[in-house]
Unconditional design. Structure first.
Length: 559
C-alpha cells in the first residue's frame, strides 16, 4: 500500500525537530559554497546518488531507461552534448560540432564529418580513435545486439575513418536531427564503445564488460554490488581535466519513501529524478536547509499509451472516449504540487517546434459515453459498457517503483470507471516494463492495453521513432520504440518532411502537422509536462542538468 503524501509529510516534519547528530546550518549559496565550510554530514570529494532501479547492464548501447543513461555518462562519453540550457551544442569526444558553416555537414546534407579530440585515452590506457566511433556504429547496427533503438544509426550507409581523428558518416538520405541524435543527446543517448575490447564478440549482450565497463568518461566503475550499489572512482586522465570528485556511489533504493528518508538523513546527496508528487515533501525539507531543489526544462512528458493493436483500442471513438474521461488538471493538482504543467501536444511548450493549436479533450463524461455508444457499446447489468455480452475491460499498467505513476494510475482507473470502462491494474518492475524487445519488455512487446509511462525525448523534436509505421517493434525490427503500434500514412508523410531538411522553419510546419495528427488520432494521451524536483545536498556544487542527461558535466561536480 502506498503511503499517502500527508502521512509522509507529517513524519518528515517530526524528523526535522529531532534530527540526530547535528543541528541544521544555514545553506550556502552556489557563489560562496566553494569557500564555505561543508555541512557536518557531507563527505568531501564523495557524492552518493539514490536511484529507484538497478541497471540491467552498464553497456551504453544496451541501455533502455534514464537511470542507465545517467550511469553510462559517468563512465562514457558521446560525440556531442548540449549545455544546461539545452540550446547550445557542446563538443565532447568531437573537437567541434559539425555544421553547414564549418563544412561538417556537406552541402547536399548526405555527409557528416566529425573531427575528434586527440590525446583521449580509454580508462585502460589505450588511445581513443576514429576506429572506436566506427565500431560503435557497427555495434549499434549489429542485429545480434539487444539495442533499444537504432534511430539515426540506421540512416547511415557507411562510415569512413581517413585518419585517427576524422570520422565521416555517409547517409542514405538527409536526416536533419543527425548531429543531435547519433552519439548525442537523443531520446536514446548512446556513448562510444572501445573497439579493442569488444570487436572480438559476435554480440555484446552477455559479456563481462557489461558489469565492469571501460570507458573514456570521468569516472571508472570499480564495484557492482548487486541489489545494493555501484562504486566509481575518478579517472585522473580524463581528457577534460581531472574530476573534482574522488568517487561516486550509486545506491539502488527501489522505494521512494525510503529514498526520501535517506535524503533527509544524508545517506545520499542526490535523489535522482523523484516523482513529481514528492515535490511538496521535498520543498518542506528544503525549508529546513537540508537540501536544494533544482528544476530545469526538459523534453519530457507523462503519458498514457494506448496499444492501438489491441481491440477495441483500434477504434478511434474508443480512444477519444478515454481522452474525454481523463481530467488532466485534477491529476496535475493532486500529484505534482504545482511542479508540472497540463499536457497537450507531445512537444514541450519551450520547444521551437511546439504547436498549441491542437484538438483538446476537456473532461466530459457525457461525450465519453456517447462515443462508446457510437462504437457499439451499451451499459451492462454491472454498470460497465459491453458489446456482444463482453465487458469493455482494458488492463492498466505502469512500473511498480514509481509512486506518482501508481497514484495517477489509480485515479485514472476511477475516471475510466465513471464512463463505464473496467480497468484492472497489473504493474511490473521497471526492469521488465521498460526492457528491450529482446529482453521481453512489456512496452516493447506490446503486452499491455493502457500504460502509464514517461518519455524523455532528445534535444531535437524528432519523434518519428515513437510514431512512424516502420518503428513498431517486431522480430524483424526489435529495436523499434513505437510502443502504441500506431500507424498512419499521413503521419509517415509528415515525419518524412520533418526529417528531410535542415531548415528549421520548414521543419516547424511539419511538426505542427504531426502534433495535430497525434492529438486527433490519440495513440497516446499527454497527461502533463513534468519537471523533476531534483533534490541535492546544499554542498553538492556544479550540478547543472541539461534537458536529457544530468551527468553531462559530471567532471565538474564537487563537494
Amino acid at each position: 500500500m502506498v503511503r499517502t503524501i500527508g502521512t509522509l509529510l507529517c513524519a518528515l516534519l517530526l524528523a526535522a525537530c529531532s534530527k540526530v547528530g547535528t543541528e541544521t546550518q544555514p545553506v550556502t549559496s552556489s557563489a560562496s559554497g566553494a569557500a564555505a565550510a561543508l555541512h557536518p554530514w557531507s563527505h568531501p570529494g564523495v557524492v552518493q546518488i539514490g536511484v529507484q532501479r538497478e541497471p540491467n547492464s552498464l553497456n551504453p548501447i544496451l541501455s533502455a531507461n534514464t537511470t542507465e543513461g545517467l550511469i553510462n555518462r559517468l563512465s562514457f562519453d558521446v560525440l556531442v552534448t548540449v549545455d544546461a540550457s539545452g540550446k547550445n551544442f557542446v563538443p565532447s569526444l568531437a573537437s567541434e560540432v559539425p555544421t553547414t558553416t564549418n563544412g561538417g555537414i556537406s552541402k547536399d546534407g548526405l555527409t557528416i564529418t566529425y573531427k575528434l579530440r586527440s590525446g583521449v585515452k580509454w580508462q585502460d590506457g589505450v588511445p581513443f580513435s576514429s576506429k572506436d566511433v566506427k565500431f560503435s556504429w557497427q555495434a549499434m547496427m549489429n542485429n545480434n545486439n539487444n539495442v533499444n533503438s537504432r534511430v539515426g544509426y540506421e540512416d547511415v550507409a557507411s562510415v569512413d575513418t581517413p585518419d585517427a581523428t576524422t570520422v565521416r558518416f555517409h547517409l542514405k538520405h538527409k536526416f536533419a536531427p543527425f548531429v543531435a541524435t547519433v552519439f548525442s543527446e537523443s531520446d536514446n543517448p548512446m556513448c562510444i564503445l572501445p573497439e579493442h575490447l569488444l570487436a572480438k564478440y559476435p554480440d555484446v549482450n552477455r559479456v563481462a564488460f557489461n558489469q565492469m565497463p571501460i570507458g573514456t568518461g570521468p569516472f571508472k566503475v570499480v564495484k557492482w554490488q548487486r541489489g545494493d550499489h555501484l562504486e566509481l572512482v575518478a579517472n585522473p586522465d580524463y581528457f577534460r581535466g581531472q574530476p573534482k570528485l574522488k568517487s561516486v556511489t550509486v545506491r539502488f533504493i527501489p522505494d521512494e519513501n525510503t529514498e526520501i528518508n535517506s535524503l533527509r538523513t544524508h545517506d545520499i546527496d542526490w535523489m535522482f529524478e523523484p516523482s513529481p508528487n514528492l515535490y511538496l515533501i521535498l520543498k518542506t525539507i528544503e525549508q529546513h536547509g537540508d537540501i536544494v531543489i533544482h528544476f530545469n526544462d526538459t523534453p519530457q512528458t507523462l503519458n498514457m499509451q494506448l496499444n492501438t493493436s489491441h481491440k477495441p483500442l483500434d477504434d478511434l471513438r474508443v480512444r477519444r472516449a478515454i481522452a474525454y474521461a481523463i481530467d488532466k488538471q485534477s491529476l496535475v493538482d493532486k500529484f505534482t504540487g504545482g511542479s508540472a504543467r497540463v499536457g497537450g501536444a507531445d512537444q514541450p511548450p519551450y520547444s521551437w517546434a511546439y504547436e498549441p493549436d491542437i484538438m483538446h479533450y476537456p473532461p466530459d463524461v457525457g461525450k465519453a459515453r456517447a462515443l462508446l455508444t457510437e462504437a457499439g457499446f451499451a451499459p451492462g447489468p454491472d454498470g460497465f459498457m459491453a458489446k456482444d455480452g463482453v465487458r469493455l475491460s482494458l488492463q492498466l499498467s505502469t512500473n511498480t517503483e514509481n509512486a506518482t505513476r501508481k497514484l495517477v494510475e489509480t485515479q485514472i482507473q476511477a475516471m475510466l470507471h465513471a464512463v463505464g470502462i473496467d480497468t484492472p491494474i497489473k504493474n511490473y518492475a521497471a526492469n521488465l516494463y521498460f526492457a528491450t524487445y529482446g529482453q521481453g519488455g512489456v512496452q516493447t512487446a506490446g503486452k499491455y492495453d493502457l500504460g502509464i509511462a514517461g518519455w524523455i525525448a532528445g534535444v531535437d523534436p524528432d519523434d518519428h521513432s515513437q510514431f512512424a509505421c516502420d518503428q513498431i517493434p517486431k522480430p524483424s525490427h526489435p529495436d523499434g520504440v513505437n510502443y502504441t503500434r500506431y500507424c498512419s500514412k499521413e503521419m509517415d508523410a509528415a515525419q518524412k518532411d520533418a526529417l528531410a531538411t535542415y531548415d528549421q522553419a520548414v521543419r516547424k510546419v511539419a511538426y505542427s502537422k504531426i502534433q495535430k495528427l497525434l492529438a486527433a488520432d490519440v495513440p497516446q494521451i499527454v497527461i502533463w509536462y513534468p519537471r523533476f524536483p531534483q533534490a541535492t545536498n546544499p554542498d553538492f556544487k556544479g550540478f547543472a542538468p541539461n534537458p536529457v542527461n544530468e551527468a553531462w558535466n559530471a567532471y565538474q561536480w564537487e563537494i
